[in-house]
Design a protein around this ligand. Structure first.
Ligand SMILES: Cc1cc2nc3c(=O)[nH]c(=O)nc-3n(C[C@H](O)[C@H](O)[C@H](O)COP(=O)(O)OP(=O)(O)OC[C@H]3O[C@@H](n4cnc5c(N)ncnc54)[C@H](O)[C@@H]3O)c2cc1C
Length: 386
């Protein structure tokens, strides 16, 4: 398998690098978990879109560049190496868009994708419910048939960015007579400011207000906002989950850039005699590089998307290792966050660590991913869920 880039791909890398060097904001934007930061990040999406960098691998007709999966990986490497802002449109671009490209109608793609690419419509994921997180199929929110569409009722929770986002996609129980819990579900898109929808922020560890729960009381959704066949939403949702756990949500470039920053930190701040810490730095770098090569291998025809649970375990644990090592290296300074004048990297390591703590939870907890890997990939006997 040839993992070297072609001259044309190297040109693409150089083009992306040059554009990012000229456009990435010099000072970090405010956190996208705040109203002010959300607006700043939405404006950044507009800038990216104007340069045609917001959705590199989509067809040009929807605002993309029609580039390959490998070129998208390369773009991501450059993006994170440039210290560019987190993507407020990630739920849309990384999760809903691939789902629409696979299961949506032509009309849905043409209507939804361009506004997503420009940052005009920012999407939230409304899957989890108070009694349905790991066991998503036990969800109780309903979609009831009405003239020309569906009425949504129930409660969703832990919805990232929902406090400031425009629209959401979620799963609803629509066919009460269905036999098994994951049957009779419908995948629907709805406006967060629609009649019958109420959004209430939920406190996060960092105290910022973008995380939210969503209450629905007979909110109307027209037929054209149902993705796939009504009642067959689980199959559509598993397509989204594959993107969420696999390379699409968390590309290797993010970790390669963090590993480079960790090495720079080691060079600048570490005690050379601390070989135990040095070995952890080396280990994190090796793992980030392994993830990068895995991405290239997938692009070259390897098991892309076949093993999202494995991938999810890998990136979430790598993120923790990178940040824990950096904090141990920084000692007490590592605990300083954004507003502190001498916070290392503007508090990026401290904030990144807090976010990395959530990695083993969101996108399906790591305990559940281990069960999936054990049972479905390795063929081991059922354990806890037997
Ligand atoms: C930062 C963050 C962002 C999130 N963003 C979103 C979002 O945008 N949209 C959205 O819909 N959801 C979101 N979530 C919710 C997330 O998907 C859920 O938290 C996750 O699926 C776990 O569900 P739960 O919290 O209900 O925990 P539970 O399902 O109650 O699990 C609690 C613990 O028990 C373990 N456990 C449960 N069942 C089993 C089992 N059968 N075998 C072994 N262990 C088990 C779990 O692994 C976990 O450790 C987010 C969560 C976080 C932390």
């Amino acid at each position: 398998m040839d993992l070297d880039l072609t001259p044309a791909q190297e040109d693409f890398r150089a083009e992306a690098r040059a554009w990012l060097a000229g456009h990435v904001p010099r000072t970090p934007l405010a956190s996208l978990e705040t109203e002010e930061g959300f607006a700043e990040h939405r404006a950044w999406e507009r800038t990216l879109h104007a340069g045609r960098w917001s959705a590199v691998s989509w067809p040009a007709v929807y605002g993309g560049r029609g580039r390959s999966f490998l070129e998208w990986l390369v773009f991501e490497e450059e993006y994170w190496a440039a210290g560019a802002p987190a993507r407020v449109s990630q739920n849309g671009i990384g999760l809903l868009a691939p789902t629409l490209l696979e299961h949506g109608t032509q009309e849905q793609r043409a209507r939804i994708l361009p506004a997503m690419a420009s940052g005009e419509t920012v999407w939230a994921q409304a899957w989890s419910e108070p009694e349905a997180g790991s066991d998503l199929a036990s969800l109780r929110s309903v979609a009831v048939r009405t003239a020309g569409g569906w009425l949504l009722s129930g409660q969703k929770t832990w919805s990232s960015r929902a406090a400031f986002a425009d629209r959401a996609f979620g799963l609803f129980r629509s066919h009460a007579s269905a036999g098994r819990p994951h049957e009779g579900l419908t995948y629907a898109m709805f406006g967060l400011d629609a009649e019958g929808v109420r959004v209430r922020p939920v406190g996060r560890l960092d105290g910022r207000p973008a995380f939210a729960e969503i209450f629905l009381d007979e909110a109307f959704v027209p037929d054209r906002d149902v993705v796939g066949t009504p009642g067959d939403g689980w199959r559509v949702a598993m397509s989204t989950a594959g993107s969420e756990r696999g390379l699409t949500l968390r590309s290797p470039g993010r970790y390669v850039a963090a590993a480079r920053r960790l090495v720079a930190l080691w060079r600048a701040a570490a005690d050379p005699g601390d070989t135990a810490l040095r070995d952890r730095v080396a280990d994190a770098v090796v793992r980030a590089r392994a993830y990068q090569l895995y991405g290239y291998a997938c692009a070259a025809g390897g098991p892309r998307g076949a093993e999202p649970s494995l991938t999810k375990l890998f990136w979430s644990e790598l993120d923790l290792a990178l940040h824990e090592t950096a904090l141990d290296l920084l000692g007490p300074y590592g605990e300083l966050a954004g507003p502190a004048g001498d916070a290392p990297a503007h508090g990026g390591w401290a904030e990144g660590f807090v976010f990395a703590l959530a990695g083993p939870v969101y996108a399906g907890t790591n305990e559940i991913q281990r069960d999936i890997v054990a049972e479905r990939l390795l063929g081991l006997p059922k354990g806890r869920r037997a």
